[in-house]
Design a protein around this ligand. Structure first.
Ligand SMILES: C[S@@+](CC[C@H](N)C(=O)[O-])C[C@H]1O[C@@H](n2cnc3c(N)ncnc32)[C@H](O)[C@@H]1O
Length: 401
């Protein structure tokens, strides 16, 4: 082999080949579940702006590699005719500009490189708590990946004041997306009764080998009053536009067991529903977890979601003639909503028609299980309540100067 060819292999190929074959940061649970649920909620906010004739002017606080730009520009339209090739909600010029701020210079450099050909994108190394923001109006103050959970109450109040002051200085209105860690995730159930500012670790950054421990703030539904109170102090009108829990049974710490060793590796199993040519262990995926601590509404929420989850799996197993766990019983205290029931029946019709899918490699892995995965996701999508009963709690506020 020529020297130049050797160096190409050395330089580029190692990184290229050294990627995980299956699970990674951008696993199906992230892309088809977590991001999709967020994007469905962001769609309502974005539609509100575009329907009012506004272009999007986004400030992404703690932007990392600029993932917020990817999330917003790739929101799907929920009603595109099948013959159209593009199913995205936004046209390129619907976004006027996106400015990403991050304290980490390496991530900012990666974002710069990633979006070097897109004139609408600017990323700046900036401490968004203490540094000055760009002097231009924004109509979305965005966050994703829980950057505001790095702040205790005092600093979070200062941050909100700073954001509201910026909105006031331009006399406009804007949306504020607050994305924080949920206080009552089953991932850290042993800490539900502790003060809401406690140790978190980012072991999934390093495949669980090194435990990077830091203090973070975990929020329940008191988040909304906290933000509204800060708005009042800053003399801006604000109201909660949307609030939801995301990653109820599939957050990354479900699988690391760093805080709660009693959990099944549900994220990996749900990923198995989406991977081609791989069957997921459906009988293992029933949630047999009990919720004894925490506020009553949180417990009730978990019981309901757990029942919908298990009932859906039981229905799926029955269509495939797979025995369901003995302990699972019909509970008349919970009625399965009509829309969920109808989606479950749809699964049954697909199984009845399985002969039509002969050209696929494995009917169960490639047709049935991805549909089941979307159905389980839709339970979280449709019935989450914004209680902080999941890995992430996201609230969107409409702020009027
Ligand atoms: C988990 S990452 C999320 C990154 C990105 N938003 C995403 O969704 O992929 C949180 C980010 O917040 C940034 N961050 C934390 N505190 C910050 C601060 N005071 N100013 C600017 N960035 C901050 C971190 O550097 C990190 O990139």
């Amino acid at each position: 082999m020529k020297e130049s060819a050797k160096s190409v292999y050395k330089r580029d190929a190692i990184n290229y080949y050294d990627q995980p074959m299956r699970s990674s940061r951008y696993d199906p649970v992230k892309v088809r579940w977590e991001d999709k649920i967020c994007q469905d909620h962001y769609r309502k906010m974005v539609n509100r702006l575009t329907e009012a004739g506004e272009k999007l002017r986004i400030l992404d606080l703690g932007c990392g590699i600029g993932y917020g730009y990817h999330l917003i520009s790739n929101i799907l339209d929920d009603d595109v005719p099948i013959e159209e090739d593009c199913c995205k909600l936004l046209e390129a010029d619907d976004i006027e500009y996106y400015v990403g701020l991050d304290i980490n210079p390496e991530l900012v450099d990666m974002a710069k490189d990633r979006y070097k050909d897109d004139k609408k994108v600017t990323t700046i190394k900036c401490d968004f708590l203490n540094d000055v923001y760009p002097e231009k109006p924004f109509n979305i103050f965005f966050s994703s990946g829980v950057p505001f959970s790095h702040f205790n109450d005092k600093d979070f109040s200062s941050l909100l004041e700073k954001i509201f002051d910026h909105i006031k200085s331009f006399g406009t209105s804007a949306f504020l997306v607050v994305d924080v860690l949920g206080r009552y995730s089953i991932e850290w159930q042993s800490q539900w009764d502790e003060p809401s500012w406690h140790i978190y670790n980012m072991s999934f950054f390093s495949d669980g080998k090194e435990k990077e421990q830091i203090y973070m703030k975990f929020w329940g539904k008191e988040l909304n009053d906290f933000v509204l109170e800060a708005a009042k102090k800053a003399c801006v009108k604000a109201e909660c536009f949307d609030t939801f829990d995301r990653s109820i049974f599939i957050g990354r710490h479900i699988d690391t067991s760093n805080f709660n060793p009693n959990l099944k590796k549900m994220r990996a199993m749900v990923n198995g529903l989406f991977y081609p040519q791989q069957r997921a262990p459906l009988q293992e995926m029933f949630m047999d977890y009990t919720y004894e601590d925490g506020p009553e509404d949180v417990q009730e929420h978990y019981k309901r979601i757990t029942y919908y989850w298990n009932y859906t799996l039981a229905t799926a197993c029955s269509y495939l003639d797979i025995p369901i766990p003995d302990w699972f019983k019909i509970n008349v205290a919970y009625t399965i909503p009509a829309s969920l029931k109808s989606s479950q029946e749809q699964l049954g019709r697909v199984v009845k028609d399985k002969e039509r899918y002969k050209q696929t490699d494995d009917f169960r892995a490639d047709v049935f299980e991805p549909l089941l995965g979307q159905l389980l996701r839709n339970i979280e999508h449709d019935y989450s309540e914004g209680l902080g009963a999941a890995h992430t709690l996201i609230s969107i506020f409409e702020v009027i100067a």
